[in-house]
Design a protein around this ligand. Structure first.
Ligand code: ZN
Ligand code: ZN
Length: 343
């Protein structure tokens, strides 16, 4: 598959990504492992090269990036190793041990890195796929006030597309995202949101499921994997709607569909970052109908049939705003009927 951001082959389908996953982050017999103190500066500006198998322990990769950022003046001699930034592993899943990284398996998020060092890191550190400059805000659409202008991080070098893997009884779900445009959600232990979807879908599956704030599509795609005949995913933010559609294609092996059609291109969609009227971004034909829309969730009554009685997940960003949440649930129930829950 061609990556919609960098145009290279940095994205793969779910079966391809799963094929080498069991050993992807494990060392070979020759791999060496130097555990470094993340809270201290690197004692000497040195690092080991990758092993002949192509992998290198994550701390050593951090040492390499630290040296580059020191040479370019992004870090001072007193900065600890951790000041390099936060690693996001590709593909991400629950790991028991720190990883030995193969080529193009790490995305660096950093508040300190500048463009010159970022370009050098991508060119000189083989494990790195991209470098994103972060700041003290959450990227993407983070409230249900569609008038708020979303802010995003900056991709300085390489590509910031990566995937997380979610375990499901039907097979692992692969969810790609463009990391600079979307809030970073670390899967919680035991995957409580997925468990909540499994419980609400039931067996046999409910006939109609809505993922009203889909993000990159995790919950709606999970419902489709569980066999729900009609699934609607929706998000007002273009990056979320686009990646929901893209992930439909990535995971299509799990669905009983003949065809996946994607109508939205990410570059065109960026010109209308927040949509109110639902615009269809993707759909399937076949025994399962899975649709993706970009729009305000309160306008979904225009695309959901009156007699659908959907089971709807509202994955609300600010769950602590109790009054806001109950008003939203009441509003949804009044318009769409069916069953609604906050995963
Ligand atoms: Zn890419
Ligand atoms: Zn090795």
């Amino acid at each position: 598959m061609e990556c919609p951001v960098c145009g290279s082959d940095c994205v793969r389908t779910a079966p391809e990504i799963m094929s080498d996953l069991p050993t992807r982050f494990l060392p070979c017999a020759e791999c060496s492992m130097r555990v470094l103190d993340k809270r201290a500066p690197l004692s000497a500006l040195e690092y080991a090269e990758p092993c002949s198998c192509g992998k290198r322990f994550i701390d050593e990769v951090f040492a390499h990036m630290y040296v580059i950022m020191r040479e370019e003046g992004d870090l001072s001699p007193r900065d600890p190793l951790i000041a390099v930034g936060s690693p996001l592993i590709h593909p991400g899943f629950a790991m028991d041990l720190p990883p030995f990284l193969p080529a193009k398996s790490l995305l660096l998020l950093s508040g300190k890195v500048q463009e010159k060092a970022a370009r050098r890191i991508v060119a000189e550190v083989p494990e790195v796929r991209g470098v994103v400059k972060t700041a003290a805000f959450v990227p993407g659409l983070i409230s249900h006030d569609l008038n708020a202008v979303p802010r995003v991080y900056t991709l300085l070098a390489g590509c910031d597309v990566r995937a997380d893997i979610y375990p499901l009884a039907t097979g692992p779900l692969v969810v790609y995202k463009q990391q600079s445009l979307i809030h970073i959600e670390f899967p919680r232990a035991g995957y409580p949101k997925l468990r909540s979807v499994v419980a609400h879908v039931g067996k046999p599956p409910v006939p109609f499921f809505v993922d009203a704030f889909s993000g990159p599509g995790t919950l709606g795609l999970a419902a489709a994997c569980l066999g729900v005949p009609h699934v609607v995913m929706n998000d007002a933010w273009y990056a979320s709607a686009f990646w929901s559609a893209f992930n439909l294609e990535v995971n299509r092996v799990y669905f009983d569909v003949d065809k996946v059609q994607i109508y939205g291109q990410v570059r065109d969609m960026a010109r209308h970052p927040v949509a109110r009227e639902p615009v269809k971004i993707a759909e399937t034909t076949g025994r399962q109908v899975i649709e993706v829309y970009q729009g305000d969730f309160l306008n979904l009554d225009r695309v959901i049939p009156k007699d659908a009685h959907p089971v709807a997940a509202l994955d609300i960003f600010d769950k602590n705003d109790r009054n806001g949440v109950s008003a939203m649930l009441r509003d949804w129930q009044g318009r769409m009927g069916g069953d609604v829950f906050v995963p």
